[in-house]
Ligand binder design. Sequence first.
Ligand SMILES: Cc1cc2nc3c(=O)[nH]c(=O)nc-3n(C[C@H](O)[C@H](O)[C@H](O)COP(=O)(O)O)c2cc1C
Length: 277
Amino acid sequence: MILSASSLIRLEDVRAANQQAWYQAYLAGLDERIEPLVDRVAAAGYDTFVVTADVPVPPNRENNIRNGFQVPLEITPRVFWDTITHPDWLLNTWARTVFNHGMPHFENMDAKRGPPVLSKNLMRNIGSRDQLAWKHVELIRKRWRGKLVVKGLISPEDARLAREHGCDGVMVSNHGGRQLDYTVSGLRTLPEIAAQKGSMTVMMDGGIRRGTDVIKALALGADFVWIGRPFLYGAVVAGEAGVARAISLLHAEIDRDLALLGIRSLKEITADLVRKY
Ligand SMILES: Cc1cc2nc3c(=O)[nH]c(=O)nc-3n(C[C@H](O)[C@H](O)[C@H](O)COP(=O)(O)O)c2cc1C
């Protein structure tokens, strides 16, 4: 289980329900906020601490503006209308959450519970991420005894720095292309990053939709891949069963694609399966 800092569920509760747990941080670049957070995550018994590095400032998501979604959440006429015309969501998601846990808060941005999602101070509280620097990775490395991963790297130079700062792994990612227009895709720089890996694990995400996408990433140097939106879409359509269905589709595709490539297992995937024209 990997838990995001922006989750509304307390990280301690997630850890209790899972054998293996990763915590993903959105860090303000301030030592006095990072140190107590690292201590809280360690005390909760997490295995891996992930620092997301590619969201230093909020992106300009025009689709969110068009759809009337904003942070902090504001009850506009459109949000109000959407809410009352989705009674299932209103009762089974919103009302159940408020009844069981109170008004949703960002629970895990800091050592202490963050502001409610409707708070006007929300952005001030989660701000200052543009001050985040390698010295903070160094600080975490000294304090954190578990595995340390930096997520959101695209350049081989940053992978080298991650290795030199004692990281156990990197997640090559451009945040699913949701941050910066014209960002190069992780797949393009993956071979050069893999060349910098040393003993680090190289993970990759972004645009993995088919079995062949997984195979391409592994051929180009990823040890394994992560998948974002396809599983979210599965969850939206049918909850846990929807995610299970998305996993099984992908599993069947990988299995079939390996056979069509004439190989029997992931271990037999080699770089020469990919042609660059
Ligand atoms: C709705 C949504 C929320 C996300 N939230 C986070 C987050 O809190 N932390 C993070 O590191 N990445 C976050 N991401 C980025 C994903 O971790 C991942 O890098 C990206 O979705 C991968 O691309 P894909 O969706 O094409 O598979 C989010 C992505 C989406 C679509």
